[in-house]
Design a protein around this ligand. Structure first.
Ligand SMILES: [Zn+2]
Length: 191
């Protein structure tokens, strides 16, 4: 109901992570379970320079969720940023490639400039849930004190626990965004 994760128990409405606490994003959607061919495809897209896959993913995202995005009155698409060192090493931010193509198809502006990735300070595994949330929030910063957008759509390639989207949405909301939705190419299963 919240993040779109397929659940093994059909009687449930929320996955483990969404049931555990408040989410800073309104709702998230994801197309494919991160396994088998999807896993291979996303891996190649991310680590083997298959940038062209991003356009195909965006085309699918537009087919699956285009009308949903429009009906939310999304004003801009914001890709989940990479830390600049990682982006330099990889040569591209995979989420930005998807966001740019999705923006082109849906005729929405893409704002890759308002959210940046700062260095994550502590290893997540040493922290409890509340500390993790706080720690993860430090991973993002907005470049503007006041973001003049009411409703945005975050875009990423993989959704696992949702902590990345949650932190990004939270930081954007502190800067003035009211509504944050998200679209991901793939999503992990609820264990
Ligand atoms: Zn969930």
């Amino acid at each position: 109901m919240k993040c779109g994760k397929p659940l093994s128990d059909q009687r449930k409405e929320y996955c483990y992570d969404c049931a555990a606490g408040n989410r800073s994003f309104e709702q998230a959607k994801a197309m494919w379970v991160y396994e088998k061919a999807v896993k291979t495809s996303v891996y190649r897209f991310k680590y083997r320079d298959r940038r062209e896959y991003g356009k195909a993913y965006a085309k699918e995202l537009a087919l699956w969720y285009g009308s949903w995005i429009k009906s939310r009155n999304v004003q801009a698409i914001v890709p989940i940023p990479l830390h600049k060192k990682r982006k330099k090493k990889r040569g591209y931010n995979q989420a930005e490639i998807i966001a740019n193509e999705l923006g082109r198809i849906l005729d929405l502006p893409v704002r890759a400039d308002i959210l940046i990735r700062a260095r994550n300070t502590l290893p997540q595994k040493t922290l409890n849930d509340a500390e993790r949330k706080n720690n993860m929030k430090k991973a993002f910063k907005t470049t503007e004190n006041i973001v003049q957008l009411r409703c945005i759509l975050l875009v990423d390639d993989i959704y696992t626990t949702g902590s990345t989207l949650d932190a990004a949405a939270s930081v954007l909301k502190e800067a003035g965004v009211s509504l944050a939705y998200a679209c991901c190419v793939s999503i992990g299963k609820d264990d």
